[in-house]
Design a protein around this ligand. Structure first.
Ligand code: COA
Ligand code: AMP
Length: 624
């Protein structure tokens, strides 16, 4: 039996001893004795009586072990030309000081802190400072608009918000502070303070609620790590759900720390002397897990890159970073490679750089199409490793395990379930599908450490949204199949979540904005195929009868409204007026059928369809 089969067998038959052993990689102030708490099933908790501090594990521990001078973060902003390296000691001192600033502004154990920051070291410092105090961070991606931020403020009820004066996009400075002010004005549970990091690209005036990061830091005294229960929340990360209301995914401290250490070594094959680059954003789960926590808990070096894969300055941007920092593994979304491929189809820029340090390219966040796989594999000459996971799990569900036991790669598949995840493909009745037969992908409970224990303040929504469809299982929301060799193939979402440039978005929430336009009678937002972004939203609207509208003006207004309500990241650029939407005889819009056509699946058209000609008429609009 190989290492993979052994680990899978152990996690299936004796998960407690397997994960207790994995937990020895973590420094506990009170080591856990209760490994899996199942008395509240279907809610499970790992390491329930253990106590630890995640910041201590990610930072202080390495300084105490004599690695204080080891580089922890290479910060590289292609947008400002800044390059800066922080050591573990420097990071520890900065985090301890900022923890003092937070504490001076009323933040203590269990309090929430919303972090709305661009890709600058202060984002990592703020996250770790929260962890240091035992408070709970909630990082919100900068591409979301004020209303989305307000919804998160009202759900998390933070004591403070930490932000910067601005973010940067290649063509513009994005004012963050006014957006935060607007969100606070919209919210019903405003924070006591906004702590502002002033960036030289845009210095903003501060109001009565605001405090300046830099000057407060000079006054604050450093704080020590506060031990918390393993089950205490480390962070909340909001993600798109099937309704407009975002879901607050909770991550605990203990299970998360164990999962980060274990996955970094076993899935990604990384150790303390490696340089890992997750070219994502700290606002997404990939950023939380593999820009920040996993590399740091391991004592490795991470790259914090502000910029895009192309245009900053060109299609060689990624290869320059790999050469400069001797990066051992790059992790990005397939969309980033498609963007590079469009600019540099033959990959000529790759030869301009020394990429000999690179061992592996990891891709995740959306389906890896075989064309992108082959392009990258041929040009980079390293294993290209697809891995499938979600904000909810926090780390890979299926992967080719580079540390534990590399396996042959099948393009189109993220390989096999990671030990700890008992992945099944189920039919509508909950029965298991035969090999190669597509169904709903579910994971038998309990899921391994580090996966979500619940949704913030809403056990009922967690149970009804994830655990009710197939009792005893967590529903991933993805459809797919497992082949005769046990390889998992993930074909796409079965709900209204779409993946735009590796960003997870809800078409339901976009529909809510589109439908609120006064001339729209009804609408559907469908993710249609896009060469670079994988999917992009397209709004199909039926206007109210008797009203004459100019299609261009209507499109412009709807696009602006989605941008203002949800944010530029929603990337809605296409609005088409149609005479009708396909419906059942009882009047239900056939969204699932439209989604199936858009994704190239052979969805059977329901026999209850009211008028097949309506579906036929819009079919070309669903095909990208
Ligand atoms: N703050 C403010 N605005 C932001 C933003 C941020 N943090 N991030 C994105 N936006 C804006 C962009 O400027 C753009 O605005 P525009 O419509 O005015 O041009 C819009 O949101 C859409 O952004 P994006 O989808 O990123 O498109 P893009 O054309 O700027 O870049 C890619 C396309 C493919 C290069 C880019 O999306 C990418 O690198 N994606 C990888 C994503 C990723 O790493 N995901 C994590 C999973 S591993
Ligand atoms: P997020 O929560 O933003 O990480 O998005 C999770 C969703 O992205 C999953 O439910 C999938 O639909 C999709 N996804 C992530 N990784 C992959 C992958 N490797 N292959 C196919 N789909 C993926």
């Amino acid at each position: 039996m190989g290492a993979y089969d052994k680990a899978r067998a152990r996690t299936a038959t004796d998960p407690q001893s397997f994960w207790a052993e994995a937990a020895t990689a973590i420094a506990w102030s009170t080591p856990p004795t209760r490994i899996l708490e199942d008395s509240q099933s279907p809610l499970f908790r790992w390491f329930a009586d253990g106590e630890l501090n995640t910041c201590f594990n990610a930072v202080d521990r390495h300084v105490e072990a004599g690695r204080g001078e080891h580089p922890v973060i290479h910060y590289d902003s292609a947008l400002t030309g800044t390059q800066e390296t922080l050591t573990y000691r420097e990071l520890r001192d900065a985090v301890a000081r900022f923890a003092g600033v937070l504490a001076d502004h009323g933040v203590s154990r269990g309090d929430r802190v919303i972090i709305y920051l661009p890709m600058i070291p202060q984002a990592v410092i703020a996250m770790l400072a929260c962890a240091r105090l035992g408070s709970v961070h909630s990082v919100v991606f900068g591409g979301f608009a004020a209303a989305e931020l307000a919804a998160r403020i009202d759900d998390a009820r933070p004591t403070v918000i930490v932000t910067a004066s601005c973010g940067l996009e290649p063509t513009r400075v994005v004012p963050y502070k006014p957006l935060v002010d607007e969100a606070i004005a919209l919210s019903t549970h405003p924070p006591q303070h906004t702590i502002v990091w002033q960036r030289p690209e845009m210095v903003v005036d501060l109001g009565p609620r605001d405090v300046d990061w830099h000057s407060e830091e000079g006054k604050a005294s450093p704080r020590d790590c506060v031990p918390v229960m393993a089950t205490d929340p480390l962070y909340i990360l909001y993600t798109s759900g099937t309704t407009g209301k975002p879901k607050g995914i909770v991550r605990d401290n203990g299970g998360h720390a164990v999962a980060m250490a274990w996955s970094f070594a076993n899935v990604y094959g990384m150790g303390p002397d490696d340089v890992f680059w997750a070219a994502s954003d700290v606002g997404w789960v990939v950023g939380h897990s593999y820009i920040v926590y996993a590399p740091l808990i391991t004592g490795a070096t991470t790259i914090l890159y502000e910029g895009k894969p192309v245009g900053t300055p060109d299609a060689g941007a990624f290869w320059r970073v790999i050469e400069q920092y001797r990066v051992n593994a790059l992790f990005c979304a397939p969309t980033a490679l498609r963007a590079i491929k469009r600019e540099d189809p033959e990959g000529d820029r790759i030869a301009d750089y020394d990429l000999s340090s690179l061992r592996t390219l990891f891709l995740a966040g959306e389906r890896l199409d075989p064309d992108t796989y082959h392009w990258a594999a041929m040009r980079l000459g390293v294993p290209v490793v697809d891995n499938w996971w979600q904000t909810e799990t926090g780390w890979p569900i299926a992967a080719n395990m580079r540390g534990l036991e590399p396996m042959p790669i099948k393009p189109g598949s993220p390989t096999k379930p990671v030990p700890g995840y008992d992945v099944r493909v189920l039919d509508h009745a909950g029965g298991e599908c035969a090999p190669n037969v597509e169904g709903a992908i579910a994971i038998r409970l309990p899921m391994p450490p580090g996966t979500l224990p619940t949704l913030w303040g809403d056990d009922d929504r967690y149970i009804s949204g994830y655990l009710a469809e197939f009792p005893g299982f967590y529903s991933t929301g993805d459809g797919g199949f497992i082949d005769e060799d046990g390889y998992v193939f993930v074909m796409g979402r079965t709900d209204d979540v779409i993946n735009v440039a590796g960003h997870r978005l809800s078409t339901g929430s976009m529909e809510a904005v589109v439908a609120s336009h006064p001339v729209v009678a009804e609408c559907a937002v469908i993710g249609v195929h896009d060469e670079i972004k994988g999917q992009v939203p397209r709004a199909l609207v039926v206007t109210k009868s008797g009203i004459t509208v100019d299609p261009d003006t209507l499109a412009e207004e709807i696009i602006r409204a989605v941008r203002e309500e949800i944010g530029p990241v929603a990337a809605l650029k296409s609005v088409v007026i149609v005479s009708a939407l396909p419906k059942t005889r009882s009047g239900k819009i056939l969204r699932r059928t439209m989604r199936g056509i858009a994704e190239g699946r052979h969805e059977a058209v329901p026999s209850t369809i009211e008028d097949p000609a309506v579906l036929e008429a819009i079919t070309p609009l669903l095909r990208g």
